[in-house]
Design a protein around this ligand. Structure first.
Ligand code: NAD
Ligand code: DAU
Length: 352
């Protein structure tokens, strides 16, 4: 991994990944961040790497074929880490189309450019063996597996059964990646991670939204009974897992990423109120999300057992640092929640 294309690097996980990759990989020659700067992308997240000579920002759309081709020609990438996506389930319920164009067509555009520039044609020898030295990593999600009952965990062979337009678009993209592996010998990895938390997460997602509202003394909108379960992982551990897959992953394979940390939503909300010394009377049980997945849980034994990855954060430490980060950065929250987000919030939570 010397010449890296990162997509969606101005978002939550992408910006944490860029910071970590540049910090940990001295042998990296170049890291290009292609990002459209939608409401979820914010260049302020990348201030810590602005002075790094290996880092280049390109403002553009992953669906823009000419641009993506031109970037491959100019920079000769050997590695692609594809984060860019529409990522919020609630938005996908009201506006599914952009999830399909960004998440599916955007993925196929990147795969096509990689295929052409890495010379992976169906009749080349690389249709039967993976070309060494290049890799396309698709950042996917545990949501492609659908929902679990009270027991069981998602393994890499759990059938895909997405329930929201968002997860359907991510599952569709995974299938396109798989098809490029089978048809053109594209050296791919797909990672499927559980829910992330940590610095720079946009306050439309559960943890930063609840933090933001609690600090402002606004109601905390909990969907339904709040007993839905998510498996939380600190974003820094997600990023270290991706670096591990790039380094040691067997090409063609899928790796689940998770830290065995299942929590009910209401437990998270109470923890935040408790840490901030705010009253539980701020909690409002509001109408449930349509098609709401009841429980996610990741079986991480493949990545821990075969690649030796392990999360570094405990949930207690990760949450304490995350809360501290939001307390220390009120200006960041204020800037990202102005404009488009205010309209979204009043439409989404008008009855809360
Ligand atoms: P995010 O919404 O915070 O960031 C998405 C980024 O993609 C933004 O910077 C945005 O500007 C950019 N983007 C959107 N459309 C684009 C386009 N057409 N062209 C170029 N850039 C575009 O998302 P996130 O939470 O950081 O998630 C990143 C990836 O990780 C996504 O693929 C998501 O599905 C996956 N994922 C997220 C989680 C999680 O808990 N947040 C867990 C597992 C997997
Ligand atoms: O599991 C990985 C996925 O995690 C990623 O693929 C997605 O990109 C990411 O957004 C996240 O999806 P979720 O739907 O699980 O995250 P969200 O933060 O939106 O919601 C977490 C839980 O909290 C979920 O059960 C819904 C609930 N919730 C959420 C919001 C925003 C509430 O109860 N109230 C809220 O206002």
């Amino acid at each position: 991994m010397k010449r890296l294309l990162v997509t969606g690097g101005a978002g939550f996980i992408g910006s944490n990944f860029i910071q970590q990759a540049l910090r940990r990989r001295e042998d990296l020659e170049l890291l290009v961040n292609l990002d459209l700067l939608t409401y979820a992308g914010n260049l302020e997240n990348l201030l810590p790497v602005q002075g790094d000579k290996r880092y280049v920002f390109v403002h553009g759309d992953i669906r823009d074929r000419a641009l993506v081709e031109e970037l491959f020609s100019r920079y000769a990438f050997d590695t692609v880490v594809h984060f860019a996506a529409e990522s919020h389930v609630d938005r996908s319920i009201v506006e599914p189309e952009i999830f399909l164009t960004t998440n599916v067509i955007g993925t196929q555009t990147l795969l096509d450019a990689a295929k052409r520039h890495w010379k992976l044609e169906p009749d080349s020898k690389y249709s039967t063996e993976y070309k060494p030295g290049v890799v396309y990593l698709q950042v996917s999600t545990d949501e492609v597996y659908g929902a679990l009952g009270k027991t069981g965990m998602f393994t890499e062979t759990t059938p895909l059964a997405p329930n929201s337009p968002y997860s359907a678009s991510k599952a569709s993209a995974d299938l396109v990646v798989r098809a490029y592996r089978q048809t053109y010998g594209m050296p791919v990895n797909i990672t499927r991670c559980s829910n992330n938390y940590g610095p720079y997460q946009f306050p439309e997602k559960l943890i930063p939204l609840m933090l933001h509202n609690a600090l402002e003394g606004k109601p905390l909108p909990v969907y339904g009974d709040g007993m839905q379960i998510r498996d939380w992982l600190h974003v820094s551990d997600h990023c270290s897992a991706i670096l591990t897959v790039l380094d040691k992953g067997v090409r063609g394979e899928v790796y689940n990423i998770g830290g065995n940390n299942e929590r009910a939503n209401i437990e998270i909300v109470r923890l935040i109120l408790d840490e901030l010394g705010k009253p539980e009377s701020l909690i409002r049980h509001v109408q449930d999300r349509p098609g709401h997945d009841r429980r996610y849980a990741i079986d991480n034994t493949k990545i821990t057992g075969q690649l030796g990855w392990a999360p570094a954060y405990s949930f207690q430490q990760g949450m304490r640092e995350t809360i501290e980060w939001y307390l220390q950065n009120p200006g960041w929250v204020e800037r990202v929640t102005s404009g488009e987000y205010l309209d979204y919030y009043s439409r989404m939570y008008e009855n809360a």
